[in-house]
Design a protein around this ligand. Structure first.
Ligand code: CMP
Length: 139
């Protein structure tokens, strides 16, 4: 059954380019409520743990370097059908394949540096949200 929460990160390239406000505005405009949010920076060990599912992929080392090179904004978002609707809002992993008007089409540089993360399932949304937030940081 679909839950009403998903997890996102605005990745280091989004913060470096000054796109935080514009991306949060799109998230708000699409009807998501921010129930937790912080600016933080992952250590290499944390990024390896967060992306453990990709550890055998050829791009894993590059992904860990990218995700740890600067701060991110992590957030838990609430909306009916949150996981699916947020993935529609951000667009395909590869910005070349992302639909017009999606966050990745507007702000991502490449399949690797793709501006934002969105959980791919309700189960992963819960795991990823708990990775970054304690219960008392979620409202
Ligand atoms: P995301 O979907 O948030 O989670 C996995 C990340 O790995 C993905 O975003 C990209 O940042 C990165 N990624 C996925 N596919 C590739 C690829 N082919 N080459 C480099 N990085 C990738």
């Amino acid at each position: 059954m679909a839950t009403n929460r998903t997890f996102t990160m605005l990745k280091p390239d989004s913060l470096e380019k000054g796109n935080t406000g514009a991306i949060l505005e799109k998230i708000n405009a699409a009807g998501f409520k921010i129930v937790a949010m912080k600016q933080t920076r992952m250590s290499k060990a944390e990024a390896k743990a967060f992306y453990a599912v990709h550890s055998e992929r050829p791009f894993f080392g590059e992904l860990v370097l990218y995700m740890t090179r600067g701060p991110i904004v992590a957030a838990i978002l609430e909306k009916e059908n949150a996981v699916e609707d947020f993935r529609t809002l951000i667009g395909a992993t590869n910005p070349d394949e992302a639909a017009e008007g999606t966050i990745r089409k507007l702000y991502a540089a490449s399949i690797g540096e793709n501006a934002v993360h969105g959980s791919d399932s309700d189960e992963n949304a819960a795991i990823e949200g708990s990775f970054h937030f304690s219960g008392r940081e979620i409202f």
